[in-house]
Ligand binder design. Sequence first.
Ligand SMILES: C[S@@+](CC[C@H](N)C(=O)[O-])C[C@H]1O[C@@H](n2cnc3c(N)ncnc32)[C@H](O)[C@@H]1O
Length: 279
Amino acid sequence: MGELREISPDLDVAYLHGASVDGLARTIGQAAAKLDATQAGYAVGGIYTGLLPRRFRAAHGAYYTPPALCERLLDLAEAAGVDWSSARVLDPACGGGAFLAPVARRMVEALGCRLPAAVLSDIQGRLAGFELDPFAAWMSQVFLDATLVELCDGPDIRSEPVVQVCDSLARHEPQDRFDLVIGNPPYGRVKLSPELRAAYQRSPMVSPAALVALLNSKAVDQVFRCINGSVAVSAYELQALPLPPPEDMQEMERLVRSQAGREALEREAEHLYTQRNIE
Ligand SMILES: C[S@@+](CC[C@H](N)C(=O)[O-])C[C@H]1O[C@@H](n2cnc3c(N)ncnc32)[C@H](O)[C@@H]1O
C-alpha cells in the first residue's frame, strides 16, 4: 500500500492546490497499479469517499468495507454452505466493489481449470452488483474487471458489465433471485421516500395470544380433521395447517385484547376459515 497510504490521509484541499489534478491522478494510479485489485479498490475507494461532500456521503451511507472484513464475511458464508462454483451472488449496495472482486476471485478458484472464456461467462451470469452512485458503480466494475482480466486471454473475450446503476429498493425484477446477498448496507442518515417506506412497511404482527386463540378453536379442529383424519397434531400437521394472513388476524387480536369470551373467539375463527376461504 506504500504510496497510497502516504497520499490518502493527507489528501486535503491544501494538497490539491499544490499539485495538478492530472499529476495527482497519475501518482494515485501508479501506486494503485502495484496493488492487487481488491487492495487497490479499497485504497482508491477510500480516497473517493474521502473527497465526497459530507452531506452526499452521509445521504448515501458511503463507507466502504476493508478487505479483511469482506474476506471474513465470505468465509462465514462459505462455512454456512455457499458453493462458489454455482451460487448466484448479489451485493445490492456494492459501492467500490469491496465484495464483488473477492467473490469473483473465489468463483474463479472454485471453477478450477475450465476454459477461461467459460469461467468468465459463468461468473458474469451469476454475480451482480447494484449501486445508486454512478461513479462508485463504475469503480466497482473497473476493480472487478481488474480481478478477472487474466481470463480475457483472447481478442474476442471481454468481460461484460455486472454492475448496474440503480436503486436496489425500487427494483422488482423477476430475474433478481440470488443464493447469497452480501454487502454492507448504507447506514446512518439514509432516508426512505414515503412511497418506499409504505412499500416496505412490515405486515402486522400476530401476537402469541391471538395465535393460541385461533389454534384452540373448533374451526381449526375441523381443518385438522380434514387434513389427517384425526386431531392428534404433529409438527408436520402444524406446518401444513393453512393460516390466515397476518392482516386478517386483526379482529382476533382485538378480541383477545378486550378479553372477549370463547363464543366471540370461535365466531371469529369460523369467520376466518369459512368466509375467507383459506386454502
Ligand atoms: C456502506 S456502503 C458499502 C459499499 C460496499 N458494499 C462495501 O461494503 O464497501 C453503501 C453503499 O450503498 C449505496 N447505496 C445507498 N443506497 C442505495 C440504494 N438504494 N440502492 C443501491 N445502492 C445504494 C451507497 O452509494 C454506498 O456506495
